[in-house]
Design a protein. Structure first.
Lengths: 379, 271
């Protein structure tokens, strides 16, 4: 009966479905943009081919990774299943363009130039350039004002820039992109890194990247490493686990997480309000008929079932245009902003569950009006 | 098949006691200074197969009688037994069970606009699930045929006239062959011919299927169809007129006039 009642009033049905779809689009967009922003925070991690990351227990995010003893690398290399590894230094520094007084906050990664752990051929092929002292590879997608610097570097010139009061040369470019945490990235040799960040010690590492042997299970190997290394100064995580950890930290500790979560809640309540109005009006319009059903012997539970059936149908039918429209908007937004807005499989499931909750919650509130359907009033 | 089904039901109805027994019923709306007593020591008994008209001025308590007898409202004082069920201590579940055995006809048809005529009538059968009627479609067709609406089975209520809607509502009330039909001004929205047709149908139901019918009406054109006419005023029965030989008694001991009327009309059934 719920479907028949919905279908009977086509205008109301279309408005309700549009309302649910709009609420879903709002939620999808908030989650999509938030996810994309958090993804940028771990984008530098995607440069590396590591399966396991060793970190300080004090790690928060990429720029606040703390340090752990370098010797943990050699201990880890002795664990069965570990094929290779390398120290990674991470630091944030202010880069000043020679043509501007404006500065940019750039994430600098210090690596062994012989490190075979970059997933991007564009970077791996230029690592030998870093053997020269004070040489850097620079992210050409770094936010302004580095347009002129990048243009000169694209021409094959070594371009000097000032980093924390020291002049270094950009000897090559790669593409990574800005993130919520930094305006861009740069890669240096571990020796250059230590000159840029003299407080860092060669005996310490920001992170240690490990690759497991072919056929070995990363989680199994990680568990073996945990048994060997002291938990007091070393945290062992799979790379994806680390990325999730960073994203969760950003969500919990930055305004971004709050703002977009608030947006999701707003979307939820917009949908709730629209569906409630529709269902409430529907119940109100059918009160005499509901009262008649009660007089005929139908139970209150049956009538609740009718309203909840309507709520469920609105959720299910409104979700379809909502997700389709969201796919289109993701594509448009991604093309316009270069944000990598992805639709992980878990997100439609989450939004569908939220839509069902939103509609059923609306239905539950709307059913309060059913109590007004007094069969004695029918006469 | 339908006729045999109805004959069986009629036989069953004849086997049981009065469809309605009410004694010393009092009912008050509101409380404190705004309290208004609408029924005062109301008594009535309606037998199976009997058609009783309840008449009187607006506000005299007729509709309250229907709602109390129909288990739509809780009893405050007195005694009512409807279809053998004592309503004094009936809980919500028991009242729902009683309602399921009653056919209600309202002044407003209250048909579901989104359902076809056939589906609207089917709702009256569906409430009996899981004791579903094996011949549901046949029963609906027969009920529609009885009210002259068989050709409109697949129509939506919005396409019907007021009289047609009322006839569908009547078909809905009678399709399950209930042992009791409570009707509130069923002819109010109908012209003379249609009103007559509806009353004849209800009369036929009472006689052929053995249903008891208690009808509130102001329509003086239909008095001849009644077995008994009960007049009310200020919550009391003030007159009882038996038009045909009654199958049971109706009385009100609250007034001398009532007793005199009953003695005149039903001498053989005096207590």
């Amino acid at each position: 009966m719920g479907w028949r009642q919905l279908r009977h009033s086509k205008t109301r049905l279309i408005v309700a479905l549009a309302g649910v779809a709009v609420a879903d689009v709002l939620i999808f967009m908030q989650l999509g943009i938030m996810g994309a922003l958090f993804e940028t925070a771990v984008t530098p991690l995607r440069m590396f081919k590591a399966d396991i990351v060793l970190l300080s227990p004090e790690v928060r995010e990429l720029g606040q990774s703390g340090t752990l003893p370098r010797r943990r690398l050699y201990q880890a290399l002795g664990v069965e299943g570990v094929a290779s590894g390398s120290v990674l230094q991470i630091g944030a520094a202010s880069f000043r363009s020679p043509s501007s007084i404006r500065q940019a906050n750039v994430m600098v990664f210090g690596v062994d130039p012989d490190f075979d752990g970059f997933s991007r051929p564009e970077i791996a092929s230029q690592l030998s350039k870093l053997r020269v002292a004070d040489a850097l590879l620079f992210d050409r997608l770094t936010r302004q004002p580095f347009g002129a610097v990048v243009a000169r570097a694209e021409g094959g010139h070594a371009v000097p820039v000032e980093v924390t009061g020291r002049t270094v040369s950009i000897v090559g470019l790669f593409s990574l992109g800005a993130s919520v945490a930094s305006d861009g990235s740069a890669i240096a040799s571990d020796q250059t890194f230590l000159r840029l960040f003299p407080r860092n010690s060669a005996a310490a590492a920001s992170a240690i990247l490990l690759k497991v042997a072919p056929g070995a299970d990363a989680e199994t190997v990680a568990e073996r490493i945990r048994r060997v290394l002291p938990a007091s100064d070393t945290k062992v995580m799979a790379t994806e686990q680390y990325a999730d950890y960073v994203k969760q930290f950003m969500q919990d500790n930055t305004p971004i997480g709050f703002i977009f979560t608030f947006g999701v809640i707003v979307g939820f309540f917009i949908g709730f309000a629209i569906v409630y109005q529709i269902l409430s009006a529907d119940v109100n319009d059918h009160l005499p008929e509901y009262a008649t059903l009660k007089a005929m012997g139908y139970t209150h539970r049956y009538l609740l079932g009718v309203v909840f059936e309507e709520a469920f149908l609105l959720a299910a039918l409104g979700f379809v245009p909502g997700i389709l429209l969201s796919f289109v908007l993701y594509w448009l937004l991604g093309a316009g902003t270069e944000l990598a807005i992805a639709m992980p499989a878990s997100r439609p499931v989450l939004v569908l569950a939220m839509t069902l909750a939103m509609c059923l919650f609306s239905g539950a509130v709307a059913t309060r009006r059913l109590k007004a359907a007094d069969p004695a009033d029918v006469f | 098949m339908i006729d045999r089904h109805h004959r069986d039901i009629a036989h069953q109805h004849e086997q049981s006691g009065p469809a309605i027994e009410a004694a010393a019923v009092r009912h008050t709306f509101g409380s404190g200074d705004t309290a208004r007593q609408v029924l005062v020591d109301f008594n009535i008994e309606v037998a199976q197969g009997e058609m009783v008209l309840l008449m009187g001025p607006s506000g005299c308590g007729k509709t309250t009688v229907l709602t109390l007898v129909g288990a739509l409202r809780s009893l405050q004082s007195g005694f009512i037994r409807t279809l053998g069920k004592d309503l004094r201590e009936a809980d919500e579940r028991a009242m729902i069970e009683v309602r399921r055995r009653i056919g209600f006809i309202y002044q407003a048809h209250n048909l579901h606009q989104s359902l076809t005529v056939r589906e609207n009538i089917g709702m009256a059968l569906e409430v009996h699930r899981p004791k579903a009627f094996a011949n549901e479609a046949d029963l609906i067709d027969a009920a529609l045929d009885d009210v002259g609406m068989l050709g409109w089975a697949d129509a939506l209520p919005a396409t019907l006239s007021g009289g047609q809607k009322q006839r569908v509502a009547i078909a809905r009330a009678v399709v399950a062959s209930p042992p009791l039909i409570l009707a509130d001004e069923p002819t109010a929205a109908l012209d003379k011919a249609n009103g007559r047709q509806v009353v004849d149908l209800l009369h036929d139901l009472a006689k052929r299927r053995g249903s008891a019918i208690l009808m509130v009406t102001h329509d003086s054109r239909i008095l001849d169809a009644a077995d008994r006419i009960v007049e009310m005023e200020d919550g009391r029965i003030v007159n009882v007129e038996t038009r045909q030989r009654p199958s049971t008694k109706s009385f009100n001991q609250s007034t001398v006039k009532d007793r005199r009327d009953q003695q005149a009309c039903e001498p053989q059934q005096q207590k």
